[in-house]
Design a protein around this ligand. Structure first.
Ligand code: SOE
Length: 396
């Protein structure tokens, strides 16, 4: 018996790291998951014609261009996948929603709460009018181990949550001569480590705990205030041919804050791209009155679980989250063979397509991402008023 699955024609905007990652996801997901719609990568849009043509050829996008408006206005496109710097998210998403397209938008959703709220309102209106879906790409929600953690927490396995401890540690900016990128420009990125990776921690923490952050006390630092102009892109940073030609850094290198959750939990957060030796240590630990979970993305196939009643004599147990019954895992390899970073994006595509087909709720919605944006704004506001930090009395 043959069944016909309707296509979901995708235009992807952005040819950087995330553009490459999302391309991979659109192609891989249908190979491993039974989807209600068939994703069809249709149009790749970049901002430089030569680089976009090259990317489209290598990544096998049938059409390419340099004007995202063509994608939004095209009758041959159903969904817009936004992988551009933050300063363009709102404009593209608003136009796409107005044109009745589904939208998947990279994180953080926007560069300000006002923009994020406008996007959320537009998403609600478009959903009511034409059933469109708008999702934000907080990809770590799709880590099998974190999805399992959420399942355990929802089942009440760790009891009432007291502590949420989240750190996102990278080191790709620890060298002061590591080049400037758009991520170091406040006008383009909104903020630095805070919005780029701290936003993931905030989203993960609120999603896992099932509570919202209602108050914060923060401090932020920019350790390196200028960086050499980039001459080539390589990895997350790049290469600078001339280290004396420098551009100003207008965002934070690191942010740290404590938080009070509306369900009573106490949170401690840290985000930095200068933690030497830590490449992508996205960590979270949550302690409840009956148990705890702990996770570190550098060991992404494992979840540490502690059940106060059963594990008192041994402490945390390490669960290999690669069994068929674990979230997402059954679609891939035999148990124990493990997944990597790119699988999160394949899972994101799966959940996006299922949400478009009405099979599951949109998660995270633009409204969820706007709540994250409010926390980012509160952290910046708190850090700007450094006076709220109480000085420690000097010994003399
Ligand atoms: C750079 O810090 C970055 O690519 C982030 O932008 C991503 O969201 C994170 O998943 C990996 O690191």
């Amino acid at each position: 018996m043959t069944t016909t699955t309707s296509p979901l024609r995708i235009a992807l905007i952005g040819t950087g790291f995330m553009g490459r990652m999302h391309t991979q996801a659109w192609r891989t997901a249908p190979h491993f998951f039974d989807l209600p719609l068939a994703p069809r990568p249709a149009l790749l849009v970049g901002h430089r014609a030569d680089a976009t043509a090259e990317a489209a050829a290598r990544w096998e996008w049938p059409e390419h261009g340099v004007d995202w408006r063509e994608a939004v206005e095209s009758d041959d496109i159903d969904a817009i996948d936004i992988c551009t710097p933050g300063d363009t998210h709102a404009e593209i998403a608003l136009a796409a929603l107005a044109a009745g397209k589904h939208v998947l938008c990279e994180k953080p959703l926007a560069n300000s709460v006002a923009e994020a709220q406008e996007m959320t309102d537009a998403a609600a209106a478009a959903s009511a009018q034409s059933g469109t879906v708008a999702m934000c790409g907080f990809s770590y929600r799709r880590t099998p181990a974190l999805a399992l953690a959420r399942r355990l927490i929802e089942e009440g396995r760790i009891g009432e949550i007291r502590h949420v401890r989240a750190q996102y540690l990278q080191d790709w900016l620890s060298d002061p001569d590591s080049p400037h990128t758009w991520r170091l420009d406040r006008d383009r990125a909104g903020s630095g480590a805070l919005g780029d990776i701290g936003a993931h921690s905030i989203d993960t923490a609120q999603w896992l705990a099932g509570q919202h952050i209602e108050a914060v006390s923060a401090t932020m630092r920019t350790f390196v205030t200028s960086r050499p102009r980039r001459s080539a892109v390589e990895g997350l940073g790049g290469v600078a041919a001339d280290t004396s030609d420098r551009l100003p850094v207008t965002v934070d290198d690191a942010a740290a804050f404590t938080a009070r959750f509306d369900g009573g939990a106490l949170g401690v957060f840290e985000a930095t791209r200068m933690a030497t030796g830590r490449r992508n240590a996205n960590r979270v630990e949550i302690n409840g009155d009956r148990g705890a979970i702990a996770f570190d993305f550098e060991r992404m196939n494992e979840l540490e679980v502690y059940d106060a009643a059963a594990d008192a004599a041994q402490g945390f147990r390490r669960v290999q989250v690669t069994e068929a019954q674990h979230p997402y895992a059954g679609a891939w390899w035999p148990a124990g063979h493990g997944l990597g970073y790119e699988h999160l994006f394949a899972h994101q595509v799966v959940d996006f397509v299922r949400a478009v087909a009405g099979e599951i709720p949109v998660s995270p919605s633009f409204a969820d991402a706007t709540q994250v944006q409010r926390v980012l704004a509160a952290v910046e506001q708190s850090a700007a008023r450094d006076s709220i930090l109480t000085p420690v009395a000097s010994a003399g």
